[in-house]
Design a protein around this ligand. Structure first.
Ligand SMILES: [Zn+2]
Length: 180
């Protein structure tokens, strides 16, 4: 089984990436690590937390298909959001915080997939933004979820927590209040 990451929901194969479950997981991990290190504004943290929620251990293996246009883009801040996304991808390519991974990724594969992912993000344009997706995502968050609680971080690894907990340490929901 595999996950498909597309530019838009029904993108052509040219504008989508098919990644094995394991590779998808590594992609999210390295983006979460570099994003956690670099995110400063709440807007930037939203992107990192959104990515961290693509969690196969919770959502099911092979069940985290997503598209770039459903990320929490805003029309008012689109250019800086896009710059931030490219910055965290490029920092992941430079192996920022990889020492925090509890495993050794296949470097060739992950660098390849990061590059493909970067190309998709670069194709994102303002007219493709679906702000209703962001609203739906934020409305669906519970009061105690990280997006509503000042974006807490894991005390062990400093990653931004998602509503499921820390993806890097594998500490799930019931534990995450312990780390804030
Ligand atoms: Zn952690």
């Amino acid at each position: 089984m595999a996950n498909v990451i597309g530019l838009c929901k029904n993108s052509s194969t040219e504008n989508s990436i098919k990644a094995s479950n394991g590779l998808t997981d590594v992609l999210i991990d390295v983006l979460l690590l570099s994003g956690s290190a670099l995110a400063e504004s709440d807007d930037e943290k939203e992107f990192v937390v959104w990515l961290a929620e693509r969690e196969q251990n919770v959502r099911g293996i092979g069940n985290v298909d997503f598209s770039i246009d459903e990320m929490p883009w805003t029309k008012s801040n689109f250019q800086s959001e896009k710059c931030f996304m490219i910055q965290i991808i490029e920092s992941a390519e430079k192996r920022l915080e990889w020492d925090k991974l509890g495993y050794t990724p296949n470097e060739e594969l992950i660098i390849y997939i990061l590059d493909r992912f970067k190309r998709l993000v670069m194709l994102m344009t303002e007219d493709k933004i679906r702000e209703d997706e962001r609203e739906r995502w934020l409305k669906g968050a519970e009061a105690e979820d990280p997006v509503n609680c000042g974006f807490p971080r894991c005390r062990k690894c400093n990653s931004l927590l998602s509503c499921f907990g820390c993806k890097i340490c594998g500490e799930y929901k019931q534990g995450y209040n312990l780390y804030t």
